[in-house]
Design a protein around this ligand. Structure first.
Ligand SMILES: [Zn+2]
Length: 462
């Protein structure tokens, strides 16, 4: 299709205007963090009714699914009567979901593909994509003000912790997140970057030696990346090849293990700031009072459910969640299924915030190793085993017919038998008779275009 390239200058000019909108929204936005539970409830109620009315009127996809729904009397408690929206449904009926006639799947995909040339679509929209670490990749589009809201939500990590002083300007930021493409981590970082404080990108899709050389040259004060990327650079630092001393370390996008926290604490004396971010339009951050993260309870509705979609009460682990985005009207997401396991906590936090918290994030709950009809295992148990192996920097486990094939990056190839024995034991406990496990040492593992690592591959021969 034909495309008018507006060039980096146009993009930068728009970004400056857009950043000014974000800056002017910071103070009113910060007040939302102190809203009472009642205020939050009433905000969600109003926004939910508006979203439903808007979607019925402007989205053919939702109009059909919401037939018979009266938005004027609808409450959050009625949500469970509405159909669930899956990523497959979104992507196969994409253009019908959207509410802006100027947008279509083709137009949004084109913007995703050219995001490194022009971060704006039609001078006002941002398009981002999910990493596809499991299942089908999704694309998501935000209009100007909706992106402003998402950027403000992203800023809550700083707003919530008043005792955290603002970072001194002019010090380097290094990102080990996605290096190119329309992944949320990358697009949002680029959008928020200040002209005098650019983000140095060292995506894990680069050779490790290049990442280490770049980090040594940059000497970042703030280091951010997927936990698996932090694991890898920690190991390089322990081996003496990486010599940096970041004052802040931020992670997101994958499950953060305690071992990674401890290693970073020991090495740099820094507490990792972890976050939960989904491209569907939500960020959650810890407040410093325990490890739980606050949801943006004024802007989204999260319904924790079990694998069959039954609601799970607060305090109990949920296998996945349905997210309703209350501020994106361009691409309405109503009860959108996200396969992240977590536990929702009710009640006011010690920090005083009434925004509910999530805890015990277990990562993708839709990855299950199945052996015949009898044995089904969440690979989480293997994650715990392998993460305990201190000589293993990275690993990838592929399910085989009778066990697993494991690739590891390790300094100690003589430990491979020990790893194999542990995994055999774990599979046996999971119910698999005579498991067959092979472990190979490799120099490096292929990463997804986002830079994320696919640690578990449940399909045979994939
Ligand atoms: Zn709190």
């Amino acid at each position: 299709m034909s495309r008018v390239l507006t060039g980096p200058n146009r993009s930068e000019e728009l970004r400056r205007l857009h950043q000014a909108d974000v800056a002017s929204g910071v103070l009113p936005h910060a007040k939302r963090l102190r809203w009472s539970a009642e205020r939050l409830d009433s905000e969600r109620q109003t926004r939910l009714r508006d979203l439903l009315a808007w979607s019925i009127e402007h989205s053919p996809f939702h109009a059909e699914r919401l037939e018979g729904v009266d938005p004027t009397v609808f409450t959050e408690a009625d949500l469970s009567s509405l159909p669930v929206m899956t990523k497959d449904e979104l992507m196969s009926e994409y253009s019908w979901v959207l509410t802006n006639p100027k947008l279509s799947l083709e137009v949004v995909e084109d913007s995703v593909e050219h995001v490194d040339e022009d971060e704006y679509l039609q001078d006002r929209f941002h398009a981002v994509t999910s990493s596809g670490s499991s299942g089908r990749r999704g694309v998501f589009v935000y209009d100007w003000d909706e992106w402003t809201t998402l950027a403000l939500m992203q800023s809550r990590s700083r707003l919530g912790t008043a005792e955290n002083l603002p970072r001194p300007p002019g010090k380097a930021t290094a990102s080990l997140f996605a290096g190119a493409g329309a992944h949320l981590s990358r697009v949002m970082r680029t959008f928020l970057a200040k002209p005098n404080d650019p983000v140095h990108h060292f995506p894990m899709t680069l050779p490790v030696a290049d990442v280490i050389r770049g980090l040594n040259a940059t000497q970042p004060e703030l280091l951010m990346g997927y936990p698996s990327a932090i694991d890898l650079v920690v190991r390089e630092a322990q081996a003496g090849r990486l010599r940096i001393s970041p004052r802040y370390v931020e992670t997101g996008g994958e499950l953060l293990m305690d071992q990674t926290r401890e290693a970073v604490r020991e090495l740099w004396g820094v507490e990792i700031d972890d976050s939960w971010a989904v491209v569907e339009g939500a960020y959650a951050f810890p407040c410093g009072q325990g490890g739980a993260m606050h949801l943006p309870d004024d802007l989204i509705i999260v319904e924790p459910v079990d694998l069959s979609g039954r609601p799970v009460p607060p305090g109990e682990p949920a296998a996945k969640l349905y997210l309703t985005n209350l501020y994106n009207r361009t691409q309405p997401l109503i009860r959108f299924e996200i396969a992240d396991g977590l536990t929702l906590l009710d009640g006011t936090c010690l920090c005083g915030s009434a925004h509910r918290r999530i805890v015990d994030l277990t990562g993708r709950a839709d990855i299950v190793f199945e052996y015949g009809d009898e044995v089904k295992m969440h690979p989480m148990v293997l994650r715990l085993e392998l993460h305990d192996e201190r000589y293993v920097a990275e690993y990838q486990v592929r399910r085989t017919t009778r066990g697993a094939c494991i690739k590891v990056v390790t300094d100690r190839p003589d430990e491979l038998d020990q790893i194999r024995d542990r995994v055999v034991r774990t599979l046996r406990i999971a119910g698999l008779r005579d498991p067959e496990v092979t472990v190979h040492a490799v120099d490096r593992l292929e990463r997804l275009a986002s830079g994320k690592l696919r640690q578990f591959i449940p399909r045979l021969g994939a």
